[in-house]
Ligand binder design. Structure first.
Ligand code: PHB
Length: 400
């Protein structure tokens, strides 16, 4: 009898343990799902869901409930309200996503107060990680590409003068500041810097680009947010005959985003950018990633850097969950787990700097070329394990 009872108790304990162990972890995901930037939100979500699909077994019975909220616009208040709702009502354990910097900035105080870890999968203004100890970023900072592009333009492209044009909001200001620092540090001179409207509507670039053409710099460095802005840049450059006039178009890879590239046509051929990802990277990790992407979303679909941000962001979320080993996920434990985390991303090896909670990654200088009627990007140079220069040099709010 005694033996029998013990057996029952044991069986009950095992059954209890099994149900107690399998958890559903709620992850809030904020991204534009409507309006002009919907394509970016779609890319990031596709990337995140692809990682979830390919690695579902890694959570050993636990599952993720991804709760997606539409941030609609770059501005801030809608994303902030969404984060508030996800934290207070849905009680998400982890928050992630976010394309636009002002949205990430408006969410920062909420994740500090609620002690929720926030994994930024795109927003690139360098000082954002300074706004809360509960933020880790797996995307990029505008300084990583901007500074390297500046040095490259002066040292390797023979540009003695440059003009920068930028979408007038924090990542744009960051990008051109980084470019100027790299370019002038290597002996070049930035002779003008032109704000080209806000992030919400893609402007007609003609008057801005005409001003550049008239001043005839060697290089024209442009930052616009990826998506519908980027599509107009190469076209305006071509239609104004700027290449023929001897002005070289350069920028961060936001202006040669893989998903926009074919639509840019010949206008983009020759454009040189610096960035942490393009879909033509010839590494086994990236080739496997692109193949899995096409298998999931169709042969004509391609990932771009925003998709990789979602994919790697979800890899970070998985790492947080696995590190908790079934225990409670807190901001401290989650961010602690991400400090020093390594991952072999499609973009190359990445690490989260334990000092800054910022991504450390390769940056590639690449050039657009035509191959059998398709536009592709050819890697010219690799800069390995690039940290955020804005924090290294303690510039402005990065130094505080
Ligand atoms: C940003 O708002 O931080 C942002 C958006 C789109 C980009 C890059 C940065 O392509």
């Amino acid at each position: 009898m005694l033996k029998h009872t013990t057996g029952l108790i044991l069986a009950g304990a095992v059954a209890f343990a099994a149900t107690a162990e399998a958890r559903e972890i709620k992850v809030g995901f904020i991204a534009p799902k409507s309006g002009g930037a919907a394509q970016l939100g779609d890319q990031m979500e596709k990337g995140a869901r692809l990682y979830m699909k390919l690695h579902a077994k890694d959570l050993g019975g636990d599952t993720i409930k991804l709760i997606v909220r539409d941030s609609k616009r770059p501005g801030g208040p809608i994303a902030k309200a969404a984060a508030q709702e996800l934290i207070a009502r849905e009680k998400v354990e982890i928050l992630g996503g976010v394309i636009f910097s002002p949205n990430a900035m408006s969410i920062a105080p909420l994740v500090t107060a609620a002690k929720v870890p926030f994994v930024i999968m795109n927003a690139g203004t360098a000082f954002i990680t300074k706004l809360s100890p509960n933020i880790a970023r797996v995307s990029f900072t505008m300084w990583q590409a901007g500074y390297i592009m500046g040095e490259h333009a002066a040292k390797e492209m023979g540009c003695k003068t440059a003009i920068s044009g930028y979408t007038n909001y924090p990542p744009g200001k960051d990008s051109v500041a980084a470019f100027a620092r790299g370019f002038e540090g290597a002996g070049g001179k930035v002779i003008d810097s032109i704000p080209m409207g806000g992030p919400r509507e893609a402007p007609d670039f003609t008057p801005f680009f005409q001003r550049v053409k008239d001043k005839k710099p060697g290089c024209f460095y442009v930052f616009v947010p990826a998506g519908n802005h980027a599509a107009g840049v190469a076209k305006t450059y071509l239609s104004l005959g700027m290449r023929k006039a001897g002005v070289k178009l350069i920028g961060p890879g936001d202006i040669t985003q893989d998903t926009q590239l074919q639509g840019m046509g010949k206008a983009a051929v020759g454009v040189i950018t610096a960035h942490h990802y393009h879909a033509d990277l010839a590494t086994p990790e990236n080739q496997a990633f692109v193949k899995a992407w096409k298998a999931a979303y169709g042969a004509k679909s391609t990932p771009d850097f925003v998709g990789v941000g979602g994919y790697d962001g979800m890899a970070a979320v998985f790492h947080i969950i696995k590190s908790a080993k079934g225990g409670k996920i807190t901001a401290d434990s989650a961010i602690g787990a991400l400090k020093g985390w390594h991952f072999n991303s499609p973009r190359g090896p990445i690490t989260i700097d334990p000092e800054t909670r910022e991504i450390v990654q390769n940056v590639y200088v690449a050039q657009v070329y035509e191959d059998k009627g398709m536009l592709r990007q050819k890697k010219l140079k690799t800069f390995e394990a690039v940290k955020d220069k804005c924090k290294e040099l303690k510039i402005g709010r990065c130094g505080k």
